[in-house]
Design a protein around this ligand. Structure first.
Ligand code: SF4
Length: 367
């Protein structure tokens, strides 16, 4: 069982085998200009991505849904979702971004006013500063607690779901609060409501997630088929991305400041974190020159691989130089710290501008 509210580092092959997720590499050749997260195998699995491919190829309508749960500071690991959304926006998707304030309330005990504040100041501002234009008409951002269509739909879905089923998927017990038991149905409604007729549906819908969120996808697909006759739902597709490890080697987490680079960290903090990150370097310089480093074990390399370096060529060069012992960790960290400083100097300027726009995003008329 996977618990989406306390995910740990997951064994990706095991998950694919146990839950019927297909390897993304089997379809990547059919994508005209795949995103670098696809090319590098960071997006590693999918369910029914063929439907999205067809929609993109034939320039037909499709939707992408991905939520943000306002429960803490955004770190660099969250950038991956925004990068994917920017790409899907370029492919012509209608994008829905539910802010999961009901989930925050039921699973993290964060109250609605606090969620709203956090969503605007942290998440929406960062999404805009990272390059996703949330003011566009095809991008819809809303709070779950203010979307009555979603709430009504969740209630309709609840009629055909029972507690035993949710317990089997999520491991709920007799002491789980009822808001927490109910909230997966809100998420199902988040994913399926773009397929309602009044929203231009039914249409292929994609949910890009980490594998820890797969229980929601499985539940959504089950419910979509139960209500297929009534609403004509098309089973939603999904993609699955790997998680970058934390800077110190374990899991990257908002609750462990040393494990992550936060988007609002100061330049000094970022540099300190890079210099203290776990590497794949050898014990001595002599050994590293002779044997080369191990980029696969290196978090500094992972930062560039997952989040920062769009150019495959530059990344390959760094990989080769590390492998053949011509690049030492000290010099490498200096380069990466420089690169990050330039990125974050620019980013913090964009963030200041974004904060002004962020306030108005939740007032945008949703359709
Ligand atoms: Fe990591 Fe760079 Fe050291 Fe290689 S040289 S192990 S990529 S820090």
């Amino acid at each position: 069982m996977i618990d989406p509210w306390s995910s740990s580092i997951l064994e990706y092959n095991e998950i694919m085998k146990n839950f019927g997720i297909k390897p993304f590499k089997e379809i990547i050749d059919k994508i005209k200009d795949p995103h670098w997260l696809m090319r590098r195998g960071i997006i590693f699995g999918h369910r029914d991505y063929e439907r999205i491919l067809t929609a993109m190829d034939e320039e037909r309508d499709f939707a992408v849904v991905t939520g943000m749960m306002p429960s803490g500071r955004m770190h660099i690991g969250h950038k991956m979702v925004v990068d994917q959304l920017i790409w899907y926006d370029e492919q012509g998707a209608e994008i829905y971004i539910p802010i999961a304030d009901m989930e925050s309330y039921s699973a993290r005990d964060i109250h609605f006013e606090e969620s709203r504040e956090l969503a605007i100041k942290e998440y929406i501002s960062n999404y805009i500063a990272l390059g996703l234009d949330l003011t566009k008409d095809n991008i819809h951002v809303y709070l779950q607690s203010e979307n009555l269509v979603v709430e009504d739909l969740a209630y309709i879905f609840a009629k055909k779901v029972n507690f035993n089923e949710l317990r089997a998927i999520y491991g709920f017990t007799g002491s789980t609060n009822m808001a927490h038991v109910y909230v997966p149905l809100i998420q199902v409604a988040d994913i399926l409501h773009p397929q309602l007729e009044e929203y231009g549906g039914p249409r292929p819908t994609l949910v890009p997630v980490g594998p820890d969120q797969d229980p929601h996808i499985r539940l959504t697909r089950d419910i979509a088929s139960r209500f297929e006759k009534r609403y004509g739902f098309i089973l939603p597709s999904s993609t699955y991305h790997r998680f970058m490890r934390g800077l110190t080697g374990g899991k990257m987490s908002s609750s462990k400041p040393a494990s992550a680079i936060f988007l609002t960290d100061s330049l000094e903090e970022i540099e300190w974190k890079i210099r203290n990150a776990k590497t794949g370097g050898r014990e001595t310089l002599e050994e590293q020159r002779r044997l080369g480093g191990v980029p696969e074990d290196c978090i500094v390399y992972e930062i560039l691989l997952y989040h920062m370096l769009g150019s495959d060529k530059k990344l390959e060069k760094m990989y080769e130089d590390c492998r053949n012992g011509t690049l030492m960790c000290g010099e490498c960290k200096n380069n990466v710290a420089d690169y990050m400083r330039r990125f974050f100097e620019e980013f913090s300027k964009k963030r200041k501008r974004a904060e002004k726009i962020a306030e108005s995003i939740l007032d945008k008329v949703q359709s």
